[in-house]
Design a protein around this ligand. Sequence first.
Ligand SMILES: C[S@@+](CC[C@H](N)C(=O)[O-])C[C@H]1O[C@@H](n2cnc3c(N)ncnc32)[C@H](O)[C@@H]1O
Length: 292
Amino acid sequence: MSSTIKRILKKGLNLPLHLLKRYKTQSALTRLSSHKNRKLQAIAAALQESLAHNLSSQEQQSISLIEERRSFLLNSDKEIAKVDYGAGSSNSNRMGEQMNSGVRSTASISQITAVSKPQFWATVLFKLVRKLEPVSCVELGSCVGISASYQASALKINGKGAIVTLEGSDEIANLAKETFVSLGIENASVVTGPFHKTLGGVLETSKPIDFFFNDGHHDHDAVLKYFNQAMPYLSDAAVIVFDDISWSPGMRKAWNEIENDERVAASIDLGSIGMALVDKSMNTKERFMIPL
Ligand SMILES: C[S@@+](CC[C@H](N)C(=O)[O-])C[C@H]1O[C@@H](n2cnc3c(N)ncnc32)[C@H](O)[C@@H]1O
């Protein structure tokens, strides 16, 4: 078969698959937006506005400034030393001891910045914060402060709330602090050190936590450990966002266990990101698959 015919066939098959995915997304979003729970309605609105690029001029202005800072960092080939308490790459198979004591290396600022949430997903976070209007937010995994800046800017526009973000590596945490200073962000603070040493104190000072973004340690046991640790410090109706739930088989397994956890009233699987609503007033258990 000629390559032209193959290409035409592939294109012909891709279109119905694409339309089917769009139909599934739209019908799941409609189901979510007509739910009687206000937090689920707010999540639906955040997803719909992100997909439609529906931004006010104030929102657009904040996002443009953060994206300028991202571009600046992505253009820096300066090498810095760092220590990684995370899982490394999806096939690193790091041992618990290595993750506890951290792995030292050097990398360029550009390479470090490249793992930040891309603009679309950072906008989803921004819109979630705009619609859910949390007061206390915690983030695991600051990196250079891009996703935290999105959340902090949304809180600022809301007129209330603050975010504490945790980062293991001193050198990377300094870049996050510089990001906040350069953007005039005053409602975000960075706590430096491995999560197993810092999270306990942050949970105490941030409780009750309304919005928790887990984007740090991409390891099955670590995700569940920090999920369980955070649970007693959440507000009565809190949202936890888990990044990279499809990053490795271990991360998928952790997400499946979270979805099945009896304390999770509703879960929303976006493919690469998962959201769990922990709402003590809901006695149902619901799942939404919204392939984005
Ligand atoms: C994927 S990056 C975070 C990206 C950031 N949320 C963004 O989108 O702008 C994960 C960060 O978490 C940090 N990290 C991973 N595991 C950690 C741990 N166990 N303790 C402290 N920091 C950790 C890494 O150093 C890295 O900077």
